[in-house]
Write a protein that binds this ligand. Structure first.
Ligand code: F6R
Length: 609
């Protein structure tokens, strides 16, 4: 989704703005632009398409300046056109970039039109530009004008503003969308995501809800939502630049699939160090867990599937009832609140709007026991939660979530076992078994990655298919769902997943010799049932592609292809089986020639509804 970067410096800021925008490309966007102040003018370059096209135009126009703002836009209000691309300008004096959605933009537009402002775009953002300009005329102080303007906005925003009349000042503000200030020596920066400023600084201040900041080269002033001066903590980011580079890989998705042994062992390390102890989830966790009598998981997409695996674990291991719901549904229904339920939000980015709103809704219903499982330090959802478990996947750039998913599973498994300790359901020998299972998992995942050549040859057979079915049972059913999601989102092959037992209640009608059916079939308690379901497919001519483990004892036969993952890894088997379905989707997408890291119509962080 949209990205913001801004800088004020004694040096030319254009290279930094362009590099920052390139770092934000992974979030998904359709146009890009920058504006700088120089020679008493606003110089602006905007282009539909990739940042590099905008960069070439900026080079051709010899764009330079010591203060500037840049933006990657993912269209919401108005089509993908240059006039709708940011920055937007008011009266040739003031430029603004904006992430989020202004809900009362139509009323404000009418009001500003009546005041004589002319609109040149269809965006909600232009409203903010004119509104700030309107108050700037009255206050002659950009900081105050912005504070007054944002008070009249409803919706979500992160904005950055510069003006010719105050060329030593960069103003920014946020509600509902992330924004941070990067601290330099004699220069300062802003960005919606730390990756955009990492080449310049690691020292960052995360703005809080309602904050407005005035940034000069040597000073920063922040006021909160009611206008009171505040000091916000300085963090040193631990995101590494290497994690933002492709290195020897062709795609970030490929890199991130292969990083899983490390991402998993980094995440598991904290559990092995602490044991299944509440402190892993925050200082307050002991008290919170003592009150918990149920678990309610809220998340979207792949994170929702991680939650769906967790439902099996939480109920089986801790004995606590657990439900899991898509966040965008939960937030709009009259849910019955159990105040002793632990609300668990799962979000890689920590800024998915639907998940954030679901959390707020849960709190409004009286839920006070909240835990976030997240991969991005200090992002909005963990900040709004009482407890947090940070996965240590490292930056995930590919739109399709891979290493974030498998590390979320570790966090959720750890939660299930930790709750089991509290409920008194955890036997000592089981605890030892679980610790051993965690310890051995990264090695097994490494073995699963070695299956890539075989999976690639399967993928070649998928590239001319229009549809695919994924089947799984029990705790592996959500892995089938995840496999189908991965395949459809990056290869655009239509894929559906079913619990294998559901086949004959409808989807079996789809099966013929043209339908590839992927089955997740490890050696668990439901294996024999899965085998019967597979017979039903074969009897109708369907071609089976089976991911089994060494203990499942499958053999290949006509129309039945088998790839064996390492020995059955017991309770953590869903984590292991996520790997081959990720690789299948990746190679099918390569065969089809799609943009693997930036699939069409999708964005990495979904910060709008
Ligand atoms: C799919 C995918 C998405 C995200 C979903 C939630 O590969 O990545 O389905 O899982 O948009 O995102 P987060 O986890 O950031 O809340």
């Amino acid at each position: 989704m949209c990205g913001i970067v801004g800088a004020i410096s004694p040096n030319n800021v254009v290279p930094l703005l362009v590099e920052g925008l390139k770092r934000l490309e992974y979030r998904g966007y359709d146009s890009a632009g920058v504006a700088v102040l120089a020679d008493d003018h606003i110089h602006r370059v905007r282009r539909v398409g990739r940042v590099v096209e905008m960069e070439n135009a900026a080079i051709a126009e010899k764009l330079t300046g010591n203060i500037g703002i840049g933006h990657t836009r993912w269209a919401t209000h108005g089509g993908v056109t240059e006039p709708n691309a940011h920055p937007h300008v008011s009266e040739d004096e003031l430029a603004i970039v904006h992430n989020g959605i202004i809900e009362n933009h139509e009323a404000q537009r009418q009001r500003l039109k009546a005041l004589g402002y002319k609109f040149t775009s269809q965006t909600d953002t232009e409203v903010i530009a004119h509104l700030v300009h309107h108050y700037f005329k009255q206050h002659a102080d950009l900081f105050k004008a912005t504070q007054q303007a944002v008070r009249e906005l409803t919706g979500a925003y992160a904005i950055a503003v510069i003006s010719l009349k105050q060329p030593d000042t960069l103003i920014c503000a946020r509600v509902g969308c992330p924004l941070l200030i990067g601290l330099g020596e004699g220069e300062n920066f802003i960005a919606s995501d730390v990756s955009a400023v990492l080449s310049a600084t690691r020292r960052v201040i995360f703005l809080e809800e309602g904050d407005v900041a005035e940034i000069k080269r040597d000073s920063i002033q922040i006021v909160d939502a009611i206008g009171a001066a505040v000091t916000r903590k300085v963090h040193v980011s631990d995101v590494s630049l290497a994690s933002l580079e492709l290195g020897p890989y062709n795609h970030f998705m490929q890199k991130e699939i292969h990083e899983q042994p490390k991402a998993l062992s980094d995440t598991i390390e904290q559990v092995l160090d602490a044991g299944f102890r509440p402190e892993l989830f925050g200082e307050d966790a002991e008290d919170v867990f003592a009150k918990v009598n149920a678990v309610q998981i809220l998340a979207c997409g792949t994170s929702f599937y991680a939650g769906s695996v967790a439902r099996y674990w939480v109920e089986a291991i801790s004995g606590l009832p657990c439900s899991v719901e898509v966040a965008s549904e939960y937030r709009y229904r009259d849910a019955v609140a159990n105040p002793n339920a632990l609300i668990v939000t799962i979000s890689q980015s920590g800024e998915t709007l639907d998940t954030m709103e679901a959390l707020k809704y849960a709190k409004s219903l009286g839920h006070d026991l909240t835990l976030s499982i997240c991969n991005v330090q200090e992002s909005a959802i963990p900040r709004a939660s009482r407890l947090v478990f940070y996965t240590r996947a490292g930056a995930e750039i590919g739109v399709a979530s891979t290493k974030a998913f498998t590390t979320q599973l570790i966090a959720l498994f750890t939660l299930a076992v930790t709750l089991a300790k509290r409920t008194g359901r955890l036997k000592v020998e089981k605890e030892v078994e679980y610790i051993e299972a965690l310890r051995h998992l990264p090695g097994s995942v490494q073995h699963a990655l070695n299956l890539e050549p075989q999976i690639k040859s399967w993928a070649e057979r998928f590239s001319n298919k229009e549809h695919a079915l994924f089947l799984g049972r029990g705790v592996h059913y959500p892995i089938a769902l995840e496999g189908a999601l991965k395949l459809k989102e990056i290869s655009y092959i239509h894929a559906e997943a079913y619990p294998a037992g559901e086949l004959k209640h409808g989807p079996l009608a789809l099966v013929d010799e043209k339908m590839p059916v992927v089955v997740i079939a490890p050696n668990d308690a439901l294996l024999e049932k899965v085998k019967s379901n597979m017979q039903e497919v074969r009897a109708r001519g369907g071609e089976l592609f089976v991911f089994a483990d060494l203990d499942s004892h499958f053999s290949e036969s006509d129309g039945v292809h088998v790839i064996r993952t390492p020995r059955h890894v017991g309770v953590l088997s869903p984590v292991l089986h996520a790997i081959p379905v990720q690789m299948l989707a990746y190679h099918a997408a390569l065969q089809k020639g799609t943009d693997v890291d930036k699939p069409r119509n999708l964005a990495k962080s979904v910060t709008v509804e």
